[in-house]
Ligand binder design. Structure first.
Ligand code: NI
Length: 196
């Protein structure tokens, strides 16, 4: 590329570019919008009825989002039940005032049809979202969700290793706070209640 450059110059240029990349990554990680960490962002996915759902479609109501996969034996169901339990604490109408969203990080298996049979287990208003592997990768990156396919035992179906976080967004789709699956339902209810 730069035939006239000395070997030393090339090495120095390489080091400089690498340092810039690290700095850019670091700044990106720590970037804040006001006092909020930059988590989330625009996305386009498809719901359990095959309808396109974007980050904009969720605006107007506070949103709880959890990323997981339907084959998950324990942590995902626990987290989704926690979300539903928290919303129930806010009264009988609360489920209509909050978006409860499950986004699969296993789009290969979690089709809209599969989600349609899964999300109602956790509440009638639950929205299950899937998409192309790229769409899912994009939304997961925006929310800094980690996920990785892991082989099943004895040739059984694969599992997904994944971070387990419940995200709370305000009615403008901005990140407010997050909870682990070990959070107390009251704590989530309180935080959501402040946004209603
Ligand atoms: Ni899980």
């Amino acid at each position: 590329m730069f035939p006239a450059m000395s070997r030393t110059m090339k090495v120095l240029l390489g080091v400089w570019i690498a340092a810039l990349a690290v700095a850019a990554g670091w700044i990106g990680w720590d970037a804040v919008r006001g006092d909020r960490p930059s988590i989330g962002g625009p996305f386009t996915l498809v719901d359990q009825d095959g309808r396109t759902v974007t980050s904009d479609s969720l605006k107007g109501k506070p949103t709880l989002i959890y990323f997981g996969f339907t084959y998950c034996p324990d942590v995902c169901p626990t987290s989704l039940l926690l979300m539903e339990t928290a919303i129930e604490q806010l009264g009988p109408d609360a489920a209509k005032k909050v978006n409860l969203v499950f986004i699969t990080i296993d789009p290969e298996r979690d089709t809209p049809a599969l989600l349609k049979g899964y999300v109602p287990n956790f509440g009638p208003t639950f929205i299950g979202l899937t998409g192309t592997p790229q769409q899912v990768a994009d939304v997961a990156r925006a929310f800094r969700v980690y996920y990785q396919k892991v082989p099943g035992k004895d040739g059984g179906p694969y599992l997904m290793d994944h971070s387990s976080i419940v995200y709370l967004l305000d009615r403008n789709g901005r990140f407010v706070t997050h909870f682990t699956h070990e959070a107390k339902a009251d704590a989530i209810a309180k935080a959501v209640g402040r946004l209603l």
